[in-house]
Design a protein around this ligand. Structure first.
Ligand code: SAH
Length: 282
């Protein structure tokens, strides 16, 4: 039993041969879903990516096989096919396979490709979303994703194309004009180019920007700047990946709403929740 069954809710069983794609969230294990925990408790094999917090892996069964499938960030990934094949092979050997991916599996995570490969191979799948870095990271930086006074719209985009280059197929004119706020994943490497494209297409150099690295983890760093200065500030601030970049007036709300860095400062060693106490009650 996962939590108390007082509500008479039956947690789904994990049949052998099923591959369960699960979003692991951006880092803080407290952001992992209960469906995810239920799946891990039953899984025979756990296939996980680089950005999955190891505390989450600890919630799997002792005897479960743990298989690392991390890729090097930003590079084209010749191994994606092998990962899908591995999942198919594990399923065919009758394992209950938990496929853990950072954030949400269907947000810039190639979860769609894996799911398609599995379905084409006749493998039964189940999908549990996770909190994506662009939502969770903003919340932990004290930046509302939307706010009526600053932005009624928000766009999520990637700073990398499938070749690891600055995205060329993006219609920068439409992106720059189309949304009040932008959240860019995998943006650190090509930030210079991205900022140029946005300013060339009409975004102001004075527009607020936040870069949030290692979001939702105690070593989270948030840099606030402007579009005109952000690249210089990023280099000076030694901001490292993984990081998301938020561009828009909503960034200014952080000045008032900042909370997580303060919380960790006052509660060293905490993950945003006392995970030992939470686990004891399971
Ligand atoms: N599926 C994931 C995204 C995978 S792409 C999701 O939904 O979040 C990897 C990119 O996600 C990183 O380059 C970075 O831009 C972002 N990212 C993932 N975890 C992050 C974290 N803890 N802090 C900041 N950015 C993160």
């Amino acid at each position: 039993m996962l939590f108390s069954d007082r509500e008479n809710y039956r947690w789904p069983a994990f049949p052998p041969g099923l591959v369960w794609l699960i979003g692991a969230g951006p880092g803080d294990p407290g952001l992992f879903t209960l469906h995810g925990v239920n799946a891990l408790r039953q899984a025979d094999a756990i296939v996980y990516d680089a950005l999955v917090n190891s505390r989450i892996l600890d919630w799997g069964r002792c005897g479960a096989e743990r298989i690392y499938s991390g890729k090097r960030g930003g590079r084209p990934s010749p191994k994606q096919k092998d990962i899908s094949l591995k999942l198919i092979e594990l399923s065919r050997s009758g394992k209950r396979v938990a496929r853990l991916k950072g954030g949400d599996p269907f947000v810039f995570g190639r979860g769609g490709e894996e799911a398609l490969a599995l379905v084409h191979a006749g493998v039964q799948i189940r999908i549990t979303p996770g909190i994506t870095a662009g939502i969770g990271g903003l919340a932990y930086a004290g930046i509302p994703a939307t706010h009526r006074d600053t932005n009624q719209s928000i766009t999520f985009l990637t700073g990398h194309d499938k070749f690891g280059l600055a995205p060329t197929e993006v219609d920068w004119k439409a992106i720059a004009a189309g949304s009040d706020a932008l959240v860019i994943y995998m943006a650190v490497k090509h930030l210079f180019k991205i900022v140029d494209c946005l300013m060339e297409n009409g975004r102001s150099e004075h527009e607020p920007v936040a870069i949030i690295s290692n979001a939702t983890l105690p070593h989270q760093q948030t840099l606030v700047s402007t579009l005109g200065r952000v690249c210089e500030d990023m280099v000076r601030g030694e901001i490292s990946a993984p990081a998301i970049v938020c561009i828009g007036e909503n960034v200014l709300l952080r000045e008032t709403l900042l909370w997580a860095e303060r919380f960790w400062g006052e509660n060293p060693g905490m993950y945003g929740a006392d995970m030992e106490a939470v686990s004891r009650n399971w």
